[in-house]
Each structure stands twice: as structure tokens, then as C-alpha cells.
Design a protein around this ligand. Structure first.
Ligand SMILES: [Mn+2]
Length: 213
């Protein structure tokens, strides 16, 4: 199990691309992008909704493993305007009651307010729990609290012995800001620049591996 300490708090970094905040019992997840398959189909690109069933199943497994006090989504939970995918997700969230879910709204979270009316779901624009400031978009300047964010879908390129390379999602932790990898199966990634002082963890199918230094 890979753990990373930030300001004396302990974060378990899961290969499922989620974080478990031990002291608070929070399961933290960014960029699920549910509903993206339906969104693509509307444009004539055939993608199965099964890809999202896989995401929900992975979420369910994480909840069973960690038994969190809350599940915190750092934005871009749902990729699309309303479709069947949201109804499936809504039912699943309800079935987990009394477990509380918090969505820090991302740029893709554009459903009607009434769609978010689920008794155990709270939707906010940001969340402050000292010493952390949770947002979807990474804050550009950040004084004091440590910012944890999504949106970027951070990744790095790793090089193998035979000069082949592979792009892998990462957990990124800078001096006063951390970025979570995108949780969703059906999402892209963006290469990020890393400084020597940063802590970066690559996520493979089954492992989290510290890289650099
Ligand atoms: Mn976003």
C-alpha cells in the first residue's frame, strides 16, 4: 500500500486512481466523466455504456474496501447533459445511503439543479477542510492551505529498456498543490512537467509506483 503524507495527514494512493484520506476517512476521486459514452454516441461514435458500469463497479469496490465516512468527487463526475447514465448513477448513489457524497462541481457538471437533488449528495463549488482546499480546477496561486484538484488528468511518459515508452496517469504532489489522476476508464490524459522537489506516483494496472529523484 502506497501512502503519501501532506502536512501530517496520510493519503493512501490506490491503483484504482483514488485517494483515501486516512484521518478523515474520505475517499477522494476526480474526473469520473460518467455519461461520456452516451455523449459520444449522440455524435455517432459507438461507445458502450458498459465502460461506465465498470467505473461504478470500481467505485463500489473502493467503498467496500475502505468503508469511507464520505466520498468526495473533485469535479467532472458526469460528462454530459442528462442521459440514462445519470439515472443509473443516481440510483447507485441512493443505494449507498446513508453514505454521504460530495461533488465539487467541475466544468462538465452542467446538469439541471433538480438532477442533483439526491438526499445523500451535496454539490458545492469548492470545499475547505483545513489544511486542504479542494477544487476542480487547480488554483493558480495558493497561499496557506494545500490545494487538491482534478481537471488536468495528469500523466507522464515512462521509458522502458528498449526505448519504448508508455504514458501513465500519475498522482502529482507539488509544494502547495496536488493533482489526482482521472478516475474514469474513458478519459484522456495530459503530460505534465515535473520539478525535482515534486512527489510523483505512476499508476499502472495494479500498482502505484513512486517515480523521479
Ligand atoms: Mn474539468
Amino acid at each position: 500500500m502506497v501512502e503519501h503524507k501532506i502536512l501530517d495527514q496520510t493519503f493512501v494512493l490506490c491503483p484504482e486512481r483514488a485517494i483515501y484520506w486516512k484521518e478523515k476517512g474520505f475517499l477522494i476521486i476526480a474526473d469520473v466523466h460518467l455519461g461520456k459514452a452516451g455523449h459520444f454516441r449522440k455524435s455517432g461514435i459507438p461507445v458502450s455504456d458498459l465502460i461506465h458500469s465498470k467505473d461504478i463497479l470500481a467505485l463500489d469496490k473502493l467503498i467496500n474496501r475502505y468503508n469511507p465516512t464520505q466520498v468526495l468527487f473533485l469535479g467532472d463526475l458526469f460528462h454530459s447533459d442528462h442521459n440514462q447514465g445519470w439515472e443509473i448513477f443516481r440510483r447507485w448513489v441512493k443505494s449507498k445511503s446513508p453514505l454521504k457524497f460530495v461533488l465539487v462541481r467541475g466544468n462538465h457538471d452542467v446538469l439541471n439543479e433538480s438532477d442533483y437533488h439526491i438526499s445523500n449528495l451535496l454539490v458545492v463549488d469548492f470545499l475547505d477542510i483545513s489544511p486542504f482546499h479542494f477544487t476542480h480546477h487547480p488554483l493558480e496561486s495558493n497561499e496557506g492551505d494545500y490545494n487538491l484538484a482534478g481537471h488536468i488528468h495528469p500523466a507522464v511518459r515512462l521509458f522502458g529498456k528498449a526505448r519504448q515508452s508508455v504514458r501513465v496517469p500519475v498522482f502529482y504532489f507539488g509544494t502547495n498543490q496536488g493533482l489526482l489522476p482521472a478516475f474514469g476508464e474513458f478519459t484522456g490524459t495530459a503530460k505534465i512537467k515535473i520539478k525535482k522537489t515534486d512527489d510523483v506516483f505512476a499508476v499502472t494496472q495494479s500498482e502505484v509506483i513512486k517515480i523521479g529523484q
